[in-house]
Write a new protein. Structure first.
Length: 583
């Protein structure tokens, strides 16, 4: 017996190097185009800032509905109006707070001057013509502190004083003599100073509610400001009350620029203060509407991109590659060149490998490139890189078995139909059930989808890395694990049977595709798939109505169609003795 002592590469090199350069160039171009399209698609999907894109991403679980804002706007023109009003309100708030600070500081200074006057001069509170009394009352007159509210002062003995200037009036019902009035004034000044200190803290709290407060500085003479035109009567009354010389320049200019809004801001419950001044815990000012922008992170984009790469790699390796292998094998059998290939001294296994690698370098290199790129991207975004091993090993095992199965089917069908029809049949047999099974398994409808060929298992496993909510095999329970393991076992059994059939048919082209024992094994595998479907679907969905029962029956009977179809085809063949009789 003549043994071939050449290495495996030397035996396969004539098949691999055939048009290798052109295939590699085509692979590089296609891989670049696919990668670019995937990246642009991910960028477009994750960066779109309209309502439809947001709703879709929320439904997919990539973001939450309030990740950016509670009340969002998706139009730049309407948001420009909101931004203009927001800046205006910030400016008004800052101007009012600055003016109130100046008034409180001036009032505190007046109270100090009043105390000094009381200590230096003897004032007769019963004599209205006393000049020092008039000066004292002028110092005790409060400015208009709206939107702050002035509270009535209660002394230790329960005496109620509306304002410091009211305490500087002799009241025969309240005071026994003028000395008593002076004591009331002094006590009122202390209480007023304490209340003004609380107002200062309130103003500081209001200022801190603005995360980016507008700056309000500068002072000017109040009389000079009032002399200039441009203020309404309401604002003139607010600015003139009290004995404060200086006024905020920001307040005067803002009041002239936005008179109606400034008047509204003086109100305690104005909407510009977002809840007033009396809330126990003031919340930060927030815009009524915020221009929506996509909150998707770069890590999520990489996860989506990696998942797309892995999905493309699965389709290329499990659909495109087997179609090319089946077509090439059918073409060799159709042309009658298979015996010539056997005369090269190659073994059956080497010839099968040549049928996989030779005409299929484009699909294998493209799929391998996408697989490596997707694995790297997914590995960068997952907490455990080991979680990628199971889908990778599953894809590699199924790739090998699917290619071997495609070679055996292409060799058997190549004697009966054209090579293009063989490729189309193999592609449809893998792609159509695979996509249906992927939807069933990845959307967690039923784990029975894992039994729909080699495509659902890797695609459903890779979908877990996309970050899309409820996509992928989320519940890897006992039934799902049984479906997954049984699917791999059936694929490996089919690949082993097809490899044995290939070895037999290379030597004897007239030999049947499957032996009786192989047919029985495949029939039992289909019956097992049907039984698992009954158990899984009935346990998950139940059979409370006829619609569910009919769907369950249909799913279970789908796996019985291959053996029934095979029996029908074999029953239509004429027996050997029929061909011996002349027609």
């Amino acid at each position: 017996m003549n043994h071939d002592h050449r290495s495996l590469w030397q035996r396969l090199r004539p098949f691999i190097r055939r048009d290798l350069k052109g295939q590699l160039i085509s692979t590089a171009i296609v891989a670049s185009v696919i990668a670019g399209l995937c990246w642009f698609s991910v960028l477009a999907f994750t960066n779109l800032d309209n309502a439809a894109a947001k709703q879709l991403r929320v439904r997919m679980g990539l973001e939450t509905s309030d990740a950016v804002c509670q009340q969002c706007t998706f139009d730049d023109r309407s948001q420009d109006i909101v931004e203009h009003e927001w800046l205006r309100d910030r400016k008004i708030r800052a101007a009012v707070l600055h003016e109130l600070e100046l008034r409180i500081e001036g009032t505190l200074a007046n109270l100090t001057s009043a105390e000094t006057l009381l200590a230096r001069e003897t004032i007769d509170f019963a004599d209205e013509s006393d000049t020092h009394l008039n000066e004292l009352r002028s110092l005790l007159t409060l400015p208009d502190l709206r939107p702050l509210s002035w509270q009535t002062i209660y002394l230790d003995d329960g005496t109620a004083i509306r304002s410091p200037v009211a305490a500087a009036h002799y009241d025969s019902f309240r005071d026994s003599d003028a000395k008593r009035t002076q004591h009331v004034v002094e006590s009122t000044i202390d209480a007023a100073r304490e209340q003004l200190g609380r107002h200062q803290q309130t103003i500081q709290d209001q200022r801190e509610r603005d995360r980016e407060p507008a700056s309000a500085t500068g002072e000017q003479n109040r009389n000079r400001m009032l002399a200039s035109a441009g203020l309404s009567s309401d604002l003139i009354g607010w600015f003139t009350a009290g004995n404060i010389r200086e006024v905020s320049s920001a307040a005067s200019s803002t009041a002239r620029l936005y008179p109606a809004e400034f008047v509204a801001a003086i109100d305690l419950d104005s909407a510009i203060w977002a809840g007033g001044w009396q809330l126990p815990e003031q919340q930060s000012f927030s815009k009524p509407r915020i221009r929506y922008h996509s909150p998707i992170t770069d890590e999520q984009r990489l996860a989506l991109l990696g998942t797309l790469f892995l999905a493309f790699a699965s389709v290329v390796l499990l659909v495109v590659g087997p179609v090319v292998s089946a077509t090439a094998t059918a073409r060799e059998r159709e042309a009658g060149t298979m015996p010539v290939l056997r005369m090269t001294g190659m073994s059956c296994d080497d010839l099968a490998l040549a049928m996989i690698l030779g005409p299929n370098m484009f699909a294998l290199v493209l799929g391998g490139t996408m697989l490596v790129a997707g694995t790297i991207l997914v590995g960068l975004t997952t907490s455990s890189g080991l979680s990628v091993l199971l889908p990778l090993l599953t894809l590699l095992v199924l790739t090998a078995t699917t290619h071997v199965t495609a070679i055996a089917l292409g060799d058997a069908l190549g004697q009966r139909v054209s090579a293009m029809v063989v490729g189309a049949l193999v592609g449809m047999a893998v792609l159509v059930p695979g996509l249906i099974g992927t939807l069933l398994a990845a959307l967690d409808v039923t784990a029975t989808g894992l039994l729909f060929g080699p495509l659902p298992a890797p695609l459903a496993l890779f979908a877990d890395f996309s970050g899309i909510q409820s996509l992928g095999i989320a519940r890897f329970d006992n039934m799902t694990a049984a479906m997954f393991g049984y699917s791999l076992a059936v694929q490996l059994a089919l690949g082993s049977i097809c490899l044995t059939s290939w070895r037999r048919r290379v030597e004897q082209g007239w030999a049947p595709l499957f032996r009786p024992s192989d047919g029985v094994l495949l029939a039992l595998a289909c019956i097992g798939c049907s039984a698992l479907t009954l158990l899984e679907v009935s346990a998950r969905q139940g059979t409370q109505n006829f619609d569910t029962l009919n769907a369950l029956t249909l799913m279970a009977n789908l796996f019985l169609l291959p053996p029934l179809g095979w029996l029908l085809v074999t029953s239509l063949r004429r027996p050997a003795r029929a061909r011996a009789v002349a027609s």
